[in-house]
Write a new protein. Structure first.
Length: 410
């Protein structure tokens, strides 16, 4: 069975999750008492996950050019990391124990995995990163480590032992290909069975080892660093600047040292920098563009242009949904789709907010002319599709791209 077919089994699970993905645990209570504060273990939240994905399904995904995949072999102080895409024969010679396969961005490949991410929508989409799935042979893991983001770990098939610690010593093992803690001291110890959920706040040390062969689903959050935001904003300002002002020095005089950067030149250039103007509107726009940027390996498949009337008829008849890879967010003033800022008329705001929240528009809705024009542009760009299953496209990446996935445990 293919990965796409197998993941269709998630539908029944998703229906149960829509009311409360934490089962009987109160969401408001979780956000108040646990979110970014302490770990939480919930038992039997998603038992259907045991049949939702198999080892061979994950290998199929890891062999795709548009998947971010890694193979981690080893334990203790000896580790090896290989980057995908893989070939099936790469798995034929692996040992019986102590290896793990990880595939990031499964939500951009499989509709049911995207729905699993949607089910955790009590955490805003702007804070969500991706759904990662890992398979581990007995004894497999990625070593004791910590993450800088929040993560929900749902146990699929099999059993995994999790040891966790809130230790302050986060020093790392030297010369390791992964960020392995050099002195991990477990404070809590659990065995997670199929359907169990473990939530971990940022910087909480943890070590997961497969007791039997198992699959674990990781719903990871995004936590931008100050350096990342600063870099993005500087790039944003550079894009906004005009080339009108050029340094001039009509009053230039001889100076004693040819190699000296003179104080008058420094003063003039400082003033040029000081005249660069930006405000909260610029920061908010930059943040929206950054948070809606798709994953780095994403390539959209444009749709062939169609007649405006045909598009309108299909839209009313079939509805619309975002492509699996599309990120659509909004703030009080603008909408942001795949790194682009878009202004929406006030009368259409409610419609586009519904599209962003639900990631779909139902058939039969009344839509204004301006909204139809914009949606048709997005349709031709491959950002949205009619109400059929969202499409995916193979994206070929360089080895450098494959080694810099945004969220990497370990």
């Amino acid at each position: 069975m293919s990965a796409l077919a197998s993941l269709g089994k998630l539908c029944s699970y998703n229906e149960k999750m829509k009311k409360n993905p934490l089962g009987t645990y109160n969401i408001a209570g979780f956000l108040r008492d646990c979110w970014q504060k302490k770990p939480l273990v919930l038992r039997g939240i998603a038992p259907v996950l045991a049949d939702a994905l198999r080892r061979d399904d994950l290998i199929d995904l890891a062999c795709r050019d548009d998947a971010e995949s890694r193979l981690i072999i080893g334990s203790g102080r000896r580790w090896e990391v290989r980057h995908g895409p893989f070939r099936k024969r790469d798995f034929a010679g692996l040992p019986a124990r102590r290896w793990t396969l990880l595939v990031n961005g499964v939500d951009t490949l499989v509709p049911a995995a995207r729905q699993l991410q949607n089910d955790f929508g009590f955490i805003p989409y702007a804070r969500q990163d991706d759904v990662m799935v890992s398979y581990a042979a007995p004894g497999g893991g990625v070593g004791p480590h910590f993450d800088s983001y929040d993560v929900f770990l749902l146990q699929g098939a099999g059993t995994r032992r999790w040891q966790i610690s809130n230790q302050r010593d986060l020093s790392l093992l030297e010369d390791a290909p992964l960020k392995i803690l050099s002195r991990f001291r477990a404070q809590q110890d659990w065995r997670m069975q199929s359907g169990d959920l473990l939530y971990l706040p940022p910087h909480h040390a943890h070590h997961g080892v497969a007791i039997s062969e198992c699959l674990t689903w990781s719903i990871g959050m995004r936590a931008p660093t100050q350096r990342e935001i600063g870099s993005e904003f500087l790039d944003y300002l550079q894009d906004q600047l005009q080339d009108g002002e050029v340094y001039r020095d009509p009053g230039l005089k001889p100076q004693a040292h040819r190699a000296e950067i003179g104080p008058q030149m420094q003063k003039a250039l400082r003033r040029m920098v000081e005249r660069i103007r930006w405000g909260d509107t610029d920061i908010d726009r930059c943040i929206g563009q950054m948070l809606s940027e798709p994953r780095q390996n994403v390539v959209f498949s444009p749709e062939p242009p169609i007649n405006t009337q045909v598009f309108s008829d299909e839209l009313v008849k079939r509805g619309l949904q975002l492509d699996l890879k599309t990120r659509l967010l909004f703030d009080r003033k603008l909408f942001f789709i795949n790194g682009e800022a878009v202004s929406i008329t006030a009368s259409d705001t409610k419609l586009f907010r519904r599209l962003a929240d639900e990631r779909a528009l139902a058939a039969g809705q009344g839509i204004s002319h301006k909204a139809r024009v914009l949606l048709q542009c997005w349709h031709e760009a491959g950002y949205v599709h009619f109400g059929d299953a969202p499409k995916t496209v193979v994206a070929r990446r360089s080895p450098q791209q494959r080694s810099t996935a945004r969220r990497k445990p370990g």
